[in-house]
Ligand binder design. Structure first.
Ligand SMILES: [Zn+2]
Length: 453
């Protein structure tokens, strides 16, 4: 641990962080509508109590973003570090939870509630870390910025996207730490910490089929609905081609190197076009892991919204589907659309409704090395692995300003804690208190090593 942090009362800081996390969870910031202002207001009060001067920036009625900066001793020193968390959450169906989703109850050693891991935990940790640095008062060699943002779960346009467009100077940084990564993944007895260095691109598509119309009493195969349905069937059954990239190769190779046998020998086959699908179908035993690994190595398209027809006995002339398309690192929107076009055939038109390219940060930087060092010191035997997420985070927006974004919102999990990845947007979202406070120390250590002069 950075020597500056030896003098810190971690018992006290941990208790404060848990208290803050529970307070944040009690605000229902389900997005839509988000309604983050009250939650952000509480956060601002806490930061002021540490002597900081947070700015609350409203992107719309009830929509608030917080930005606070702790300045380097000499202006123009090294590039700023941005700590980032979003305060909005996805909806929770209370009836399916063992503890109410907005009560922030403490039970079985965990804080329970929507946002416990996605991602009010990182908001609380970041606030405590920047507050701690302010109180310790040691000179910094780079600015530390903390942005708690609205609207990540609905596309970022009232949150990080808005800050990047309207207040770029407040959030421009050399590096950012946020989603997704920094939590323990157990491969047998080996602890691995995936650190997101890349995320897939987005290409949402509307597919519209046209075809013969007529009376529903006389069926025919050339209708829009039948054509669309058979296209969607092809999309659902076939994998798009493997897309190898340096970052995917490094991810799989380092994951394999950390894994016990036989996974160590099998995982590299994921990078072989002839083997990749077979490994995913037959050799990766956990279906959720297979889905994740499969998704990061190729473009994917998932049909989600369907529309056709208004009357049971009338064959409609058009039918449409929206597909959630994701672009692999090393692929592009053009490649994806060409592959999808081959499955669609001539009677289906494809139209892009939203698109972002994949985001990649270099994994050979001083900050990445610092993260890897901290992981190994705080959790002896564990290793950091540069990973790719199939999802979409605020990193998409920060990277427009040239920021290199890493997914590092650390939580130390034990083997008995179960699958952490399934808690994102899941029922019974919760974070183990011990893992969260251990994560707080890891984050503080990374920030201190990287930023304290
Ligand atoms: Zn999130």
């Amino acid at each position: 641990m950075h020597q500056l942090l030896d003098e810190v009362d971690w018992e006290r800081e941990g208790t404060a962080a848990v208290g803050l996390l529970r307070d944040l969870i009690r605000f229902d910031t389900t997005n839509p509508p988000g309604d983050e202002a009250a939650c952000v207001g509480l956060l601002a009060d806490r930061l002021r109590a540490d002597g900081l001067e947070p700015e609350v920036l409203e992107s719309g009625p009830g929509r608030a973003n917080l930005v606070v900066r702790l300045r380097a001793a000499e202006p123009g020193d090294e590039g700023p570090l941005l700590l980032n968390g979003h305060v909005d959450v996805v909806a929770a169906e209370a009836g399916r939870w063992r503890h109410p989703p907005f009560a922030a109850e403490l039970a079985d050693g965990c804080v329970w509630g929507r946002g416990a891991v996605d991602m009010k935990h990182m908001v609380a940790m970041s606030a405590v870390v920047i507050g701690l640095l302010a109180r310790l008062g040691r000179p910094l060699r780079r600015d530390v910025i903390f942005a708690a943002v609205a609207d990540e779960e609905a596309g970022c346009s009232a949150g990080s996207g808005w800050l990047v467009d309207e207040h770029p100077d407040k959030v421009r940084a050399e590096f950012a730490l946020g989603e997704v990564g920094g939590f323990t993944l157990w491969l047998g007895d080996q602890a691995v910490y995936p650190v997101q260095v890349a995320e897939k691109g987005v290409c949402w598509v509307r597919a519209t089929a046209t075809g013969a119309t007529g009376h529903g009493s006389m069926p025919r195969p050339d209708t829009a609905v039948v054509r669309l349905a058979s296209f969607l069937d092809r999309v659902g059954r076939r994998r798009l081609p493997l897309r190898k990239s340096d970052v995917a190769t490094r991810f799989v190779t380092e994951l394999a190197a950390a894994a016990p046998r036989p996974a160590r020998d099998v995982l590299p086959l994921l990078l072989e076009p002839g083997w990749s699908g077979l490994v995913l179908d037959w050799l990766v035993r956990n279906p959720s892991t297979a889905r994740q690994l499969g998704a990061v190595l190729r473009d994917t398209a998932t049909p989600t919204v369907l529309a056709a027809g208004a009357k049971t006995n009338v064959i409609p002339g058009t039918a449409s589907a929206e597909l959630d398309g994701r672009i692999a690192v090393g692929s592009s929107q053009e490649t994806f659309l060409a592959d999808l076009g081959r499955l669609a055939g001539p009677d289906i038109e494809l139209e892009v409704i939203r698109g972002y390219p994949p985001t990649v940060a270099p994994a050979d930087t001083g900050l990445y090395a610092t993260i890897a060092e901290v992981v190994a010191e705080h959790h002896p035997g564990a290793v950091a692995v540069p990973s790719i997420t199939p999802g979409f985070t605020d990193a998409k927006m920060w990277s427009k300003l040239g920021t290199a974004c890493y997914g590092f919102a650390p939580v130390r999990l034990e083997q008995r804690d179960g699958s952490y990845a399934d808690l994102f947007h899941g029922d019974d979202e919760r974070v183990p208190v011990a893992g969260f406070t251990a994560g707080l120390r890891m984050l503080a250590d990374v920030v201190a090593r990287w930023c304290v002069a």
